[in-house]
Design a protein around this ligand. Structure first.
Ligand code: SF4
Length: 228
């Protein structure tokens, strides 16, 4: 039986990630706010951008535009001023396009069907899933590069797709690992674990709470290439 099929290994993974979360979860202001508009803005800004960079911008953005009505009144200069140090400059055009869509209809982030935001400028499956999980409380996984790396290494779960984040089977497997409750915390934890412990280069295997059952670690051990 492959490790990703073994219920014990699956439970071990989810349980350990939740234990790790209770001590190590990073605190960001958007993580304690379930307002749909503000969840959307946070996830939009986090696209391909480090959380630490967003942490420097998000509070200013929300202080200036705390509601979607305030957001609708923003000018392109406002967005440029707030986002100029965040990179991905096309993000400003995307926000203006989103603002236009919001103005053109009786729009509310609180009542919109989540699927309706898919395909908006800059909004793909990941942002949609984050919106569904954090704004709507849906039990749904998030699959980004960090999550892919942790799951791939731990389970040796290899996607047949060139880009696993576009692989429905990977998303399905990630969904199956979700805990029965507090899945929002679990999702944050997996993201943090991938950016703090199971990092791209020199993962901290020696002190990792998953190492006893980690396929990658066991393989490295057996070939005497233990990562410290
Ligand atoms: S033991 Fe190493 S490879 Fe395995 S999950 Fe932990 S950090 Fe990642």
């Amino acid at each position: 039986m492959h490790s990703w099929e073994d219920p014990y290994i699956r439970n071990f993974f989810t349980r350990k990630i939740m234990e790790w979360a209770s001590l190590n979860l990073r605190q960001f202001s958007w993580r304690s706010d379930r307002n749909s508009y503000r969840v959307f803005i946070a996830e939009f800004l986090l696209q391909r951008t480090k959380s630490s960079q967003v942490a420097a911008v998000y509070p200013k953005f929300i202080s200036k535009f705390p509601t979607e009505d305030a957001f609708k009144s923003a000018t392109s200069e406002d967005f440029e001023l707030l986002l100029k140090n965040l990179g991905l400059i096309k993000r400003i055009d995307y926000l203006l396009e989103i603002q236009k869509k919001m103005k053109a209809s009786k729009f509310s982030f609180e009542t919109i069907k989540p699927m309706e935001i898919l395909g908006w400028p800059g909004v793909g499956n990941y942002t949609l899933s984050a919106f569904r999980c954090f704004a709507r409380g849906e039990r749904i996984s998030l699959v980004d590069v960090n999550v892919i790396r942790v799951i791939s290494r731990f389970f040796h779960f290899v996607s047949s797709k060139e880009r696993p984040r576009n692989d429905p089977l990977f998303w399905k497997f990630a969904d199956e690992l979700l805990p029965d409750d507090n899945w929002d915390i679990y999702n944050y934890a997996l993201i943090d674990f991938g950016s703090m412990v199971c990092v791209q280069k020199n993962p901290k295997c020696f002190s990792c709470i998953l190492k006893d059952e980690c396929s990658e670690y066991k393989e490295e051990c057996s070939s005497n290439k233990v990562r410290k």
